[in-house]
Design a binder for this molecule. Structure first.
Ligand code: FEO
Ligand code: CA
Ligand code: CA
Ligand code: CA
Length: 633
């Protein structure tokens, strides 16, 4: 452990190192159920209704496909797959091109300083520029304008504070800069003959940071657990934190998801006794960026409720730069990855949400009210039922309602301590639920379970058992899988579903036919690990982004840098569309209004990207187009 540089760790590895979950002492031997590589997908074919049977049936036939079927399957992909890469740039298929739209530190307003390739951004401009570590995003067509709302998940202090020795903030100004580089950017974009640009000084442009005022709404609003000295009402908080994935409501607002909020809080009093809920949420005595040393709000020994005001989904109206973002507590509090919206046949709004930590859960919210275009929407995400997923081994599953009766907790407590509520009803522990994606052409949803080295090794932070189970079938799972479910009666609001695994990532070259070789639709030509970002295009193809091990050796040999692939839900086929610079993660995807451009996020490059050697590395959004300007999804 001594040679690990904590500053270089990913957030989840940092959590694991700084605040490890207790080692289990009573882990039983793992049941080898339905695990043979060939039997895995095949064993789950015989259930389901409608789309499920159609999808899996066709998928099964691909395994023994006739050439006509194989050709039909290949026909849905309008590109020739790319090989792996280990270099410092982006690769897209032949006939496609890419260009940088915006990089960390680029001006949103003309009064900001020009970016300095050696010095970065001065504090006075730090909330007037594009944020760091781009992540989830959505494009909104507002009148004849195109506006992107995009998350800035965390920072890379060694890059962002180049005047410091090791990226450690030395002053309140340093902390202020880091706070300003995170949160959300709203920006107008436009395309001309030179390509896509941010429209500097557009009235839509806006930065939402760790200090922007938010309104707290829903069951937890005004509860004692959310009151602070600065806000005795418990309804007004400052900032949105660790904004990871995102979502778009049917009424055209942006949902930004607070993931590893725990890491921003610390204590100046080493003897501070942490309450039990802090332990479940990983709130410790040491923060990641020393906020508590320079900004008292983040000092838990002085503001015990402040962390309880983070960990929510926040709704932002991108059409109104003066609007106050709203924390929707009815959607629960956990390490929110993204928020995938669907409409039930009744018009009820359904929001699927993953809690990205080892052994945590998959949730959904169903509104009590129904959505009617043009009618008021403000209460829809405040009034409804939060559910958590429970999976059976036989391919069935249910959404268990987190009610007062089922949990013994009050409604505000369920909203604030959602993890504990879910543990009480025996929810299924998952392999780090990342993005959920809802298929627009078939009633089904997918969740990327990115990996879980603790599966079968130790319990989650709440002590829940994490033995292998149906959708999480591999002990010490370093590859990840994509789960899929088909709601009962084709109704996303229904309380039961059928499930299967769309793909188990793996390395067939290293592990052959064992479970770690992956499912049938993984081969030497499309290998990847750690699926994370996911979004369907309008034709029902699933775009899959990875955030994994890019060392290209050992268990990961033949996988190369992180990558974006495209999957066909019907045939199971998956092909590689893009590779990204070494060290970076590809995360965040959205399309232009005319769907001739796909915007893709490149987060935390370790490679000298995109400005080249000797310049600061900068997270960026790139614009990918076809040379012939045809539709791209
Ligand atoms: Fe921010 Fe779970 O990814
Ligand atoms: Ca992610
Ligand atoms: Ca990830
Ligand atoms: Ca990330």
């Amino acid at each position: 452990m001594t040679d690990i540089n904590k500053d270089d760790l990913s957030w989840d590895d940092w959590d694991e190192l700084v605040r490890p979950a207790a080692e289990t002492t009573e882990f039983d031997s793992v049941v080898e159920a339905n695990l043979s590589r060939r039997g895995f997908l095949g064993g789950l074919v015989a259930f389901g209704s409608g789309a499920a049977v159609m999808g899996l049936g066709t998928g099964a036939s691909l395994m023994n496909s006739t050439s006509a079927q194989a050709q039909a399957a290949a026909g849905r992909f309008a590109f020739q797959p790319v090989g792996i890469a280990t270099d410092a740039t982006v690769h897209v298929p032949e006939g496609y091109k890419w260009d940088v739209l915006v990089k960390w530190g680029d001006k949103l307003f003309s009064d900001a300083a020009d970016f300095d390739g050696a010095k970065g951004v001065p504090v006075a401009s730090s909330d007037r520029v594009f944020g760091e570590n781009t992540d989830g995003m959505e494009l909104f067509a507002i009148g004849d304008k195109q506006v992107i709302a995009v998350n800035s998940e965390y920072v890379n202090p060694k890059v962002n504070l180049p005047h410091t020795e090791d990226g450690k903030p030395q002053s309140a100004d340093d902390v202020k800069m880091l706070q300003n580089f995170q949160g959300v950017t709203v920006m107008e974009v436009a395309e001309d003959e030179t390509g896509w640009q941010v429209v500097v000084d557009s009235p839509f442009n806006r930065r939402i940071t760790h200090n922007t005022e938010m309104r707290i709404a829903g069951p937890a609003a005004g509860h004692d657990l959310l009151k602070t000295e600065a806000d005795p009402t418990g309804t007004k908080s400052l900032g949105t934190f660790n904004n990871c994935g995102a979502g778009k409501t049917p009424w055209g607002t942006y949902l930004t998801c607070e993931e590893n909020f725990n890491g921003y809080f610390g204590s100046t009093d080493e003897g501070f006794e942490r309450p039990d809920d802090y332990k479940r949420y990983g709130i410790g005595l040491e923060s990641r960026y020393s906020y508590e040393k320079f900004d008292e709000r983040f000092d838990i020994s002085k503001n015990v409720n402040e962390p309880r005001r983070a960990g929510y989904i926040v709704e932002i109206d991108p059409s109104n730069p003066d609007s106050t973002p709203v924390k929707r507590t009815a959607l629960g509090r956990f390490k929110h990855e993204n928020a995938a919206c669907a409409l039930a046949p009744s018009g009820q709004v359904v929001v699927y949400m993953g809690d990205d930590e080892r052994g945590e859960f998959l949730y959904k919210f169903v509104s009590n009210g129904t959505y009617t275009p043009g009618a008021p929407t403000d209460g829809l995400l405040d009034d409804g039922q939060l559910y958590v997923a429970k999976f059976s081994e036989d391919g069935n599953g249910e959404w268990v309602a987190l009610t007062e009766e089922a949990t013994g907790m009050s409604k505000p407590e369920i909203s604030i301590y959602s993890r504990m509520a879910a543990s009480k009803v025996g929810a299924t522990t998952m392999d780090r639920p990342e993005w959920v994606a809802v298929n627009p052409v078939s009633v089904e949803a997918y969740c990327a379970l990115t990996n879980n080295k603790n599966r079968g090794i130790k319990p989650n932070a709440g002590g829940d058992d994490t033995s292998v189970n149906g959708p999480n079938p591999r002990e010490a799972n370093n590859y990840g899988q994509i789960l899929r479910w088909y709601p009962e009666n084709d109704d996303h609001a229904a309380s039961s579903f059928k499930w299967d695994l769309y793909v188990m990532a793996g390395n067939p070259e290293v592990h052959g036919d064992s479970a770690y070789g992956g499912s049938e639709n993984v081969n030497a030509g499309n290998m990847f690990n750690s699926p994370d970002g996911m979004m369907f295009d309008s034709s029902g193809l699933l775009w899959i982004q990875t955030d994994g091990n890019y060392k290209n050796e050992g268990d990961f040999a033949g996988m190369g840098n992180n990558q974006m692939l495209v999957g066909d839900p019907v045939t199971g086929q998956i092909e590689r569309f893009m590779t990204v610079p070494y060290g970076s993660e590809v995360t965040g995807i959205t399309w232009s209004a005319d769907r001739r451009t796909v915007f893709v996020g490149i987060q935390h490059p370790a490679a000298p990207f995109p400005d080249g050697e000797g310049k600061l590395e900068r997270s960026s959004i790139i614009a990918v187009k076809r040379d012939d300007n045809a539709l791209i999804g």
